[in-house]
Design a protein around this ligand. Structure first.
Ligand code: NI
Length: 223
């Protein structure tokens, strides 16, 4: 048992080093800080929900490697993760680890059309942790970091929120960052999979609403 835990800790440390190197130079909305927060949160939710915390941590560490924003295309990103897991003996530590992690990452990086639902509790938890990192104080900071990196204005009263859009429209648009709150951030609390994440999401959602109220008051010169 001790040896298994030692091996799990070693694999997580190796995964962390791999991901740090892969994400070097990524902009601050998708840097290693995001990965570290998603991992910590996924481990907390796993304990609350009685899921496999090791699997959650490993999948959380690797979850953005196959993201098209980072890998270029999803297929080569997934191949890279699978090769990494094989080279580091993931299945020797616990049989089936590679398939379970790959299933989670493939589902998370899926683009276009409707994303397939997560089939494992660990997948639902990592997805929750990733979505939680897009809301609350950190979510607000990440949204403006992304907007700044893409030269988007903070706010423009003339640009109404566009509502539903494709992923490509979202990536290529030049709309103000505040619009992104209505297009994505404020929708996330209703998309949580697990009860514990839903509670955290509600707190973070309220924080965004408070932020927006103050933001508009300041725009109007009323605060
Ligand atoms: Ni992510």
């Amino acid at each position: 048992m001790d040896e298994i835990n030692t091996n799990k800790s070693r694999l997580l440390a190796e995964a962390e080093a791999f991901v740090r190197a892969e994400l070097a130079g990524e902009s601050s909305d998708h840097d290693f800080g995001h990965i570290a927060r998603v991992r910590r949160l996924a481990e907390v939710i796993a304990r609350e929900e009685g899921a496999d915390a090791f699997l959650c941590a490993l999948a959380a560490l690797l979850h953005d490697i196959a993201d098209p924003k980072i890998a270029g295309d999803e297929e080569s990103g997934l191949t890279k993760v699978r090769a990494w897991l094989a080279a580091h003996g993931a299945d020797d530590i616990h049989a089936g680890t590679t398939e379970r992690v790959m299933e989670i990452i493939a589902t998370m990086s899926f683009r276009g059309g409707t994303r397939p639902p997560m089939t494992s509790p660990e997948g639902r938890i990592v997805q929750d942790a990733d979505r939680l990192d897009a809301i609350g104080a950190v979510g607000i900071a990440r949204a403006f970091a992304y907007g700044g990196a893409h030269s988007r204005p903070l706010y423009d009263a003339e640009v109404a929120s566009r509502g539903a859009m494709t992923y490509e429209e979202y990536r290529s648009g030049n709309t103000p960052t505040i619009n992104h709150f209505y297009e994505k951030l404020l929708l996330l609390k209703d998309r949580m999979n697990t009860p514990y994440a839903r509670r955290l999401a509600e707190e973070r959602h309220r924080f965004i609403e408070t932020f927006l109220a103050q933001f508009y008051a300041e725009q109007a010169g009323e605060a």
